[in-house]
Write a protein that binds this ligand. Structure first.
Ligand code: SAJ
Length: 453
């Protein structure tokens, strides 16, 4: 650890040179956390000519990157090989490499603790690593989704403990990630990027970086405004998904097809945005991010009714799906769940991704087993269940193949994720009872053995 006195040099930072370096693409950019956010960002910064240091604590990821091997669906080995052959790219787990970076971008997870409170341990560990190497003339950007105030209250003090001053010796900004895994339409480059900083120099440098890496860098007045923007984006989704889930339950009780109603409402050319009911809400963002604001708002004595109610409704959907399954089996098969055989179609948290994080399908899977059902799953994107924090005892369970014979062997098939590429005609033809949470079966017209859930 360089002592504070040594770290501070009296020579002022050559700000114009740093700005020119970053703005022209000649700079070295370190990206910390090479996951679903950091990996695309490394590609996007490299594509703009920067020298990219891909830092990750996972030595296996580092070795794969340096060997030109991808570990993320949607990013082929060829993309890494292209970076390696162009040079200007190196992966490392060695923090001392950070000293060579003109800008360091933090892309590590921000989950919730078991008590559903912000868990900033990955951010804090990463900032501590940066602080151990921080030198004058570096821009630090936090991209991880977090509550308003994190950059100023948690990140900045840790970096200023080195004796270096924010806005003078080093520079600090917040720019929320907007990666949407599996979205084939928008790329890192084509998604506008919010950029917030709390001093002019930091904002100028951060805008110079993102202004080159993405097609539109959108400045906001502070890091808190940038942190808040990302939360609003995802709270908006969580609340609207919960609303449509509640409406689904009401209309189902009324014998109205909520999917037909949404399609009809979509014909309104203004003032309406469709959301669709489902078996619950998964992923690394929507079930998590809103509660970062709930937690912070308590500090101001402000309630967050919508956020908490939306979370409750969305979290209750697996139980609703199972109640609809029970009802249908009771009425049609005169059978309970105990001792039944159920096939769960789709384990991933959303269509056409291989990501299980917070997936409601796993909750449904566990609850069906607790009810005494024998449960199999079929998911073309998940050949076998990987290790997960909450459902680790399911790790290694394999996806079963679909066949006329196998389908006929189940008391019911529950469609939880509407992946493309599944033979739904085979399912429709051979499954005795289908519980459809994604309206996938609508393509076959009204089917007496299909129950919306
Ligand atoms: N869901 C519904 N009904 C809907 C939309 C989603 O039940 O109408 C469910 C999905 O099945 C999934 C969960 O909600 O289980 C989350 O879905 P999502 O479409 O929000 O997908 P995410 O979690 O990948 O969200 C990301 C977010 N991106 C970032 O945070 C950078 C979100 O802001 C994006 O808007 C979203 O992708 C997107 O639009 O795809």
């Amino acid at each position: 650890m360089i002592t504070t006195s040594l770290r501070r040099t009296n020579a002022p930072v050559d700000f114009p040179a740093l700005l020119e370096n970053i703005g022209s693409g000649k700079a070295t950019i370190a990206i910390m956390g090479i996951g679903y956010v950091g990996f695309p960002l490394a590609l996007a910064t490299h594509a703009q000519g920067y020298n990219v240091i891909a830092y990750d604590v996972d030595e296996e990821k580092v070795a794969k990157l340096n060997a030109g091997k991808s570990y993320l669906r949607g990013i082929g080995d060829d993309k890494i090989e292209k970076m390696l052959s162009a040079g200007r790219f190196h992966a490392t787990a060695d923090a001392s490499a950070l000293k060579n970076a003109d800008a360091i971008v933090i892309c590590v997870p921000t989950p919730l603790t078991k008590n559903r409170e912000p868990d900033l341990r990955f951010v804090e560990a990463t900032v501590a690593t940066i602080a151990s190497q921080l030198r004058p003339g570096q821009l630090i950007v936090l991209e991880s989704t977090t509550y308003p105030g994190t950059t100023v209250e948690r990140v900045k003090p840790m970096l200023e403990e080195t004796g270096l001053r924010c806005g003078e010796d080093f520079f600090l900004a917040f720019s929320p990630e907007r990666e949407d895994p599996g979205n084939g339409f928008f790329s890192t480059y084509s998604i506008p990027k919010i950029v917030g900083a709390d001093d002019k120099k930091s904002r100028t440098l951060a805008l110079a970086l993102y202004g080159r890496v993405v097609f539109s860098a959108v400045p906001v007045s502070s890091t808190a405004a940038a942190e808040a923007t990302k939360l609003v984006e995802n709270i908006f989704r969580s609340v609207n998904i919960a609303l449509v889930n509640e409406i689904k339950m009401v209309f189902t009780a009324m014998g109205i097809d909520v999917w037909e109603v949404i399609e009809a409402a979509k014909t309104k050319p203004f003032g309406f945005m469709p959301f669709y009911p489902g078996p619950g809400v998964g992923g690394h963002c929507i079930p998590v991010d809103p509660f970062y604001l709930t937690w912070k708002s308590r500090e101001y004595g402000m309630p967050t009714h919508f956020i908490e109610l939306a979370g409750q409704i969305n979290a209750s959907m697996p139980d609703y799906v199972i109640s609809r399954l029970r009802e249908a089996m009771d009425k049609r098969l005169r059978k309970g769940l105990n001792g039944s055989r159920i096939l769960l179609l789709g384990l991933a948290y959303k269509k056409d991704v291989d990501d299980l994080r917070e997936s409601p399908s796993l909750v449904i899977y566990e609850k069906l087993k607790e009810a005494g059902a024998a449960v199999d799953y079929h998911d073309p994107f998940i050949p076998s269940i990987p290790h997960t924090r909450e459902h680790d005892h399911l790790a290694g369970t394999a996806s079963v193949a679909l066949s006329a014979k196998s389908l006929r062997g189940y008391d019911a098939v529950a469609i939880a994720t509407g992946h493309s590429g599944v033979d739904y005609a085979l399912v429709c033809k051979h499954a005795g009872l289908i519980i459809d949470t994604r309206n996938v079966m609508v393509q076959f017209g009204a089917q007496p053995h299909v129950v919306q859930a």
